[in-house]
Design a binder for this molecule. Structure first.
Ligand code: C5P
Ligand code: MG
Length: 216
């Protein structure tokens, strides 16, 4: 009986290997780019257009901080300085959000992955679900423009990390040193694309949808 079961499993595995080439059915987009490059604005519009779940790890952290949860308290000191929250904390939070929303056409990851370790963890996590990252779209915006946009947003966002030039500069530095390698990481798999991010909201949106429509 046991032998028969093993044999059946072996045959099943062989079949899935032979005929199960591309299993991912979701559209999973990483919206990438420095702070202030328009990820949040564009992710909201893309989620609406393609019926995806928009997951902003920054928003999740702010929600936790607002409710003074254990997670929020843990993240607070890092966020205040413009540093990255440790990978294990961020990855755990992201997985919870995805697992709580399985019945969607796909996800837009906004502000995640921020490190190579986070990217590897995401790939592994999606693989367990027979899913994969469809593409990483990187918004290209000049440093000066970013600082202007963030200071402007700081006037109304209530975010202290948007109001202080030295913290903004630190966030840009952290992006360059820790986050930008994630672009090269996904280039290995031919998934990274640069997208012009220096126009109006509608122009940038159209640049993004042109790239996404070519994926399908
Ligand atoms: O993505 P957003 O700019 O909203 O993130 C705000 C802050 O949250 C970051 O500057 C960082 O301190 C923290 N964060 C993080 N890791 C992420 C996303 C956000 O540490 N993956
Ligand atoms: Mg954002």
């Amino acid at each position: 009986m046991q032998m028969l079961k093993s044999l059946v499993n072996a045959v099943k595995a062989l079949f899935s290997k032979l005929f199960h080439t591309e299993s991912s059915t979701m559209l999973n987009i990483i919206l990438f780019g420095p702070p202030g490059s328009g990820k949040g604005t564009q992710a909201t519009k893309l989620a609406d257009q393609y019926q995806l779940l928009h997951i902003s790890t920054g928003d999740l952290f702010r929600y936790e901080m607002g409710n003074d949860t254990t997670l929020g308290k843990e993240a607070k000191a890092y966020i205040a300085k413009g540093e990255l929250v440790p990978d294990s904390v961020t990855v755990g939070m992201l997985k919870n959000k995805v697992n709580a929303n399985p019945d969607v056409a796909g996800y837009i990851f906004d502000g995640f992955p921020r490190t190579i370790a986070q990217a590897e963890a995401l790939d592994e996590f999606l693989k367990e679900k027979d899913e994969t990252v469809s593409a990483l779209l990187s918004l290209q915006v000049e440093d000066e423009e970013i600082i202007t946009r963030l200071l402007e947003r700081g006037k109304t966002s209530g975010r202290s990390d948007d109001s202080d030039v030295s913290i903004i500069k630190n966030r840009i530095e952290v992006y360059k040193s820790e986050t930008s390698p994630v672009f090269d990481y996904y280039s290995q798999f031919d998934k990274s694309m640069k997208i012009e991010g220096m126009g109006t909201i509608e122009e940038v949106f159209s640049n993004l949808t042109s790239a996404i429509d070519k994926l399908r």
